[in-house]
Design a protein around this ligand. Sequence first.
Ligand code: SAM
Length: 232
Amino acid sequence: LLEPSDFLSATQVRLTGRRQRHVLEVHQAQAGQQLTVGLLNGQIGKGLVTRLDETQLELEVSLTTDAPPALPLTLILALPRPKMLRRTLQHACTLGVSRIVLVNAVRVEKSFWQTPFLQEQAIHEQLVLGLEQARATQLPEVLLRKRFKPFVEDELPALCAGSQCLVAHPYTEQACPAADERPVTLAVGPEGGFVPYEVDKLMEAGFSPVHLGPRILRVETAVPVLISKLFY
Ligand code: SAM
């Protein structure tokens, strides 16, 4: 995925660092080879490798095709532990979520909010990795909300207005359905699950609890399974 700062001219791009290594190691690229490239929040197309050495790579690019659109899906995710956060962000991005709200919950360990992986650049890196996997370009919006109650009472109603609102909660009556014609707002709990108070607050805000069957899934597994059931 290219960023505006990679462009030397309208069609010429220079990559260094992780993306240069990725092209060298994963694609084993050579001068003259064509690669699929995309512009962050833009089109995808072809990149012809024009110059390549151990530290940098130059491409002649032509971006022509619309990238796959993001899903009309807001994911409200109780903040998982850092390792799981990174993988969950990547999966959610690969599958096309358009907004992610990382929220606090009773069973979120307070130390999770101190992780460097919550810094803007670190989140951006995980999102880009997820997008690159999918050959998608649309970055989701990411919001951090450290106080559950004010978020659910004051902000969530506007955020989820007009959408199908679901909270994934094991052992409830209703199975997770396919998305209907409305956008979806989906809440996923922490490793220990939402406490009853939190489920009640979400239900007051119009959320329906849904289950994924009798197996309890890790957050990083539950998120892609839920998105698949809803949209794929
Ligand atoms: N012991 C916790 C409970 O009973 O809620 C399990 C939490 S699970 C590891 C983390 C989150 O993933 C849950 O809060 C829920 O949002 C989602 N999840 C995992 N498995 C699920 C299932 N079978 N049905 C519905 N949601 C599930």
